[in-house]
Design a protein around this ligand. Structure first.
Ligand code: HEC
Ligand code: HEC
Length: 404
């Protein structure tokens, strides 16, 4: 309802301007829309209970001893120079060399998904993690593969438990892993135990500091303790900072005419705000948007059922978490499989996906698959209004005001 009124306000303002009326009201209209749709200054979103653990967390985050074969660290894929992602479409995991694009070319095994960045992760209101929300602590839920006994009440700490036990991602199929592959809480515990042993042995200094911070003997450090340290590092290092948009909302900064127009499109006919809302520019809900699929896909043969994989509810087929948009400028390529190289392309994927694809060169199975995704994405394709080239360029300019 609120949205409908606001949209009406824009339509009125724009038609008034067509008759030569005062455009000086636009900044005020945009400020009002931004505030009504959940914008919150960066500092008000900070939560840093374990700030003292961040330096230890940094060492562990960068340590290849987190992977049992010593081949890969968190930093291998989450790199500062690619905005805390890796700059490639599908993450390049074990059995490779180097980082990001270099790793991709080195014969690494590929993951099905695009690496997510860390901006604002674990801040207030950020409780749903991964493309398909496989860790979801929103609305008092405790959804994760740990069932009713998550290792922590902090969803970021729970999320940090996943990459290290994911086969292909950080685990190799060696003898130990094969023996522990049967899915059971007991077996997973043993893998976490082996990783903690590894860290105690090969990262003695960081382990000492962690133990002394937590006031327990080094011998009793468990993976959850290391995970708390990594989470503290991610929270602090990648926390949101003041942006041009925040300064505009606080009235100390003006926007260029393009940024201003882009903002009005974002909140108006683009209807971006129906999903990219709230303090992180995400509703943390799941929607089907017809981004082209790239790579093997989580479900194999170019298929990724997204949220459905976690819930098995047919209503969730092809749905992915609305991506938060802070620093989106730094995290190309875009979409769950990194199939779109530019921000312009990412916007087009919402309302005119065929413009990005060469259907005749696709194999028939992938084409059939895409038709199904398009049908189930019709909600989005019809919600987002048609945007001209200059609308798209201006929305991109507006999105860049979310960089820091
Ligand atoms: C091989 C590359 C790779 C490595 C290594 C890796 N990640 Fe990731 N990371 C990814 C990909 C790909 C995703 C998105 C996966 C998905 O959502 O299905 C992701 C997502 C995440 C997310 C979720 C962010 C969000 O917006 O919900 C967190 C948190 C994370 N990784 C932390 C870590 C930590 C901590 C480590 C080390 C223990 C690590 N990652 C190691 C590739 C990697
Ligand atoms: C119906 C909900 C919905 C609407 C409306 C919507 N988006 Fe999205 N957006 C999503 C989802 C979901 C994705 C991820 C889709 C995927 O990866 O398959 C996404 C992806 C994106 C991305 C890529 C981000 C990344 O990190 O990969 C950008 C940029 C973006 N949207 C901007 C916009 C803009 C600008 C508008 C308005 C023109 C808009 N969106 C409208 C839900 C929506």
């Amino acid at each position: 309802m609120k949205f409908a009124i606001s949209a009406l306000l824009i339509v009125t303002a724009l038609s008034v301007s067509a008759f030569g009326a005062d455009e000086t009201a636009f900044p005020q209209i945009l400020r009002k829309l931004i505030l009504e749709n959940g914008f919150t200054p960066a500092k008000e979103l900070y939560v840093n209970p374990d700030e003292g653990l961040a330096p230890v967390g940094k060492v562990i985050f960068e340590s290849k001893k987190l992977s049992l074969n010593g081949n890969i660290s968190c930093q291998t894929c989450h790199l500062a120079k690619f905005g805390s992602a890796d700059g490639i479409p599908n993450a390049a995991a074990i059995a490779g060399k180097g980082e990001g694009p270099e790793r991709l070319l080195s014969g690494a095994k590929l993951l099905a998904r695009n690496t997510l960045p860390f901006w604002g992760r674990g801040a207030k209101g950020f409780t749903t993690f991964f493309w398909d929300g496989k860790v979801d602590f929103s609305d008092l839920k405790r959804f994760s593969q740990f069932g009713s006994h998550p290792p922590s009440e902090d969803p970021l700490v729970v999320a940090v438990h996943l990459p290290v036990v994911e086969i292909r991602e950080m685990l190799d199929e060696d003898q130990f892993v094969t023996a522990h592959k049967v899915e059971s809480a007991e077996r997973a515990k043993e893998v976490y135990g082996a990783i903690a042993d590894n860290l105690r042995k090969f990262e003695p200094q960081a382990s000492e500091s962690l133990a002394s911070y937590l006031k327990k003997p080094v011998a009793q450090l468990a993976y959850v303790d290391y995970a708390r340290a990594i989470a503290a590092f991610i929270r602090l290092e990648f926390r949101l900072k003041e942006t041009k948009l925040e300064r505009f909302v606080k009235k100390s900064d003006t926007l260029s005419p393009e940024e201003l127009h882009g903002g009005l499109v974002f909140y108006g006919k683009g209807r971006c705000i129906t999903c990219h809302s709230g303090p992180h520019f995400s509703d943390f809900k799941f929607h089907a948007v017809p981004f082209p699929q790239l790579g093997f896909g989580k479900n194999g043969f170019g298929v990724d059922y997204g949220r459905f994989n976690g819930t098995l509810d047919p209503k969730d087929l092809y749905k992915f978490r609305t991506p938060p948009l802070y620093n989106v400028q730094k995290t190309a390529p875009y979409g769950h499989s990194g199939s779109v190289a530019t921000m312009e392309g990412a916007i087009i994927a919402h309302f005119d996906p065929l413009r990005l694809m060469d259907l005749s060169s696709m194999d028939p199975v992938s084409r059939h698959e895409f038709y199904k995704r398009m049908t189930l994405s019709s909600e989005t394709a019809t919600a987002v209004g048609f945007l001209s080239v200059s609308d798209i360029n201006d929305v991109v300019m507006f999105l860049k005001t979310l960089s820091f």
